[in-house]
Design a protein around this ligand. Structure first.
Ligand code: DNO
Length: 387
């Protein structure tokens, strides 16, 4: 696999020169300064590409070219937005940047309740506490009928949590779930929003009449519309699975399991319609056998996210080590079947001063560097043993 790294542009504190020193070969980035829905002009694309190349690296993957909400819920301006999306794709294609990661998750891009959960060894991790998430849903968002979506044990934990949830604890939860995890990925809510919960409620309301089938139809509509451009420029689209791969907040979620993946691949049977194999997202659902999924969908995978989660009996989950045996198997599958496919490590712990650096949640330097070393080691072992 090609060793890539998610880099957030020239303002990222982690520089391209640093990345070259640690064995990164390709860059995963986006034009983060261009607002969602606006065209990425050829000039802007080339500026980024030249900048990356002037540092001896290549722009391997776009993560993400964001799909606007209005395309997802089929708003009145969706055709206009799809035309703009096609223009951006054509400009990327002309520039030779041909692997595009995107997601089709309504409203929320990814969800965690804790961004610095302490580990016994002094590092910290991202963490998803199901009871805290349910507390957010029931008592902060006050979504109608929310309790019905949780099992009795989770509801019991929510009540246990309640006395500890003062204003500060609530503010932190809001910040983690809908601000800090969303803003930097071109999400809907940014650090500048004064009423994030209110804005979030309005966004959720846009989906009140859309079920999974409705969302599937909208995804198919979008993919069918862009496939001619992908064919013309040989662009591979790779959808990121829903993170976590569960139904949450009453929203439809359609990339959560084997059947979902099969459905969107079959809906638009074009090899350019593919998958970002995010082992971490898929492993956060106990219904998924993530190694089996890797085996099954390697041929339709155009981009790999190397990380993996441990799900506890409570439904809480946490990132596991990049040396987890399941990840070793997955690396082996892709290294054998898809040599050269871009791979980036993801969501590594904060360690050795990472915490003070103000990095985007999940995107530490030392933690990711160690993870890249681990995954690189697995790749080298697989290649040696395969000979
Ligand atoms: C979080 C990421 C996601 C991912 C997007 C792709 O760390 O895995 O934000 O980039 O969902 O569109």
């Amino acid at each position: 696999m090609e060793k890539t790294w998610r880099w957030f542009g020239p303002n990222d504190k982690i520089t391209l020169d640093m990345l070259r020193q640690i064995g990164v070969e390709g860059i995963v980035t986006a034009l983060h300064h261009i607002p969602n829905g606006e065209v990425w002009s050829f000039e802007e694309v080339m500026k980024m590409k030249d900048y990356i190349e002037s540092h001896g690296l290549r722009w391997s993957v776009v993560e993400s070219l964001p799909v606007c909400e209005s395309i997802k819920y089929a708003g009145p301006d969706r055709d206009e937005l799809i035309e703009k999306y096609k223009e951006s794709l054509a400009n990327l294609g002309r520039a030779g940047v041909k692997t595009i990661c995107y997601n089709f998750m309504p409203v929320l891009d990814w969800a965690r309740t804790d961004l610095d959960y302490p580990n016994p060894d002094g590092t910290t991790n991202l963490y998803f506490n199901r009871a805290e998430f349910a507390y957010f849903d029931i008592y902060i968002l006050r979504r109608e009928g929310a309790e019905k979506d949780y099992d009795a044990e989770t509801l019991r934990r929510v009540e246990e949590l309640k006395p500890r949830m003062d204003k500060e604890a609530e503010r932190r939860l809001v910040e983690n779930i809908i601000v800090k995890t969303q803003g930097f990925v071109n999400g809907n809510i940014s650090e500048n929003d004064l009423e994030p919960v209110e804005k979030f409620r309005e966004l959720l309301a846009l989906y009140k009449d859309i079920d999974a089938d409705g969302l599937r139809a909208n995804m198919k509509y979008f993919l069918e519309a862009i496939m001619p451009v992908c064919n013309e420029y040989d662009i591979n689209m790779c959808v990121h699975p829903d993170d976590p791969p569960l139904q949450i907040l009453g929203l439809p979620r359609i990339v959560t399991c084997d059947a979902d993946i099969r459905a969107f691949l079959d809906a638009v049977p074009d090899p350019h319609n593919g998958l970002t194999f995010c082992a971490g997202s898929l492993s956060a659902g106990t219904h998924n056998d993530v190694v089996e999924l890797a085996r099954k969908y390697a041929s339709r995978t155009h981009f790999v996210h190397a990380r993996i989660c441990n799900v506890m009996p409570s439904g809480d989950f946490k990132e596991s080590s990049h040396l987890d045996p399941r990840l070793v198997e997955i690396v082996k599958i892709f290294e054998t079947e898809r040599p050269g496919v871009p791979m980036r490590v993801d969501h590594a712990p904060l360690m050795l001063g990472d915490g003070e650096m103000g990095y985007n949640a999940g995107y530490s330097f030392h933690g990711r560097m160690l993870a890249l070393g681990m995954v690189g080691g697995i790749m080298a072992a697989v290649n040696t043993l395969n000979k």
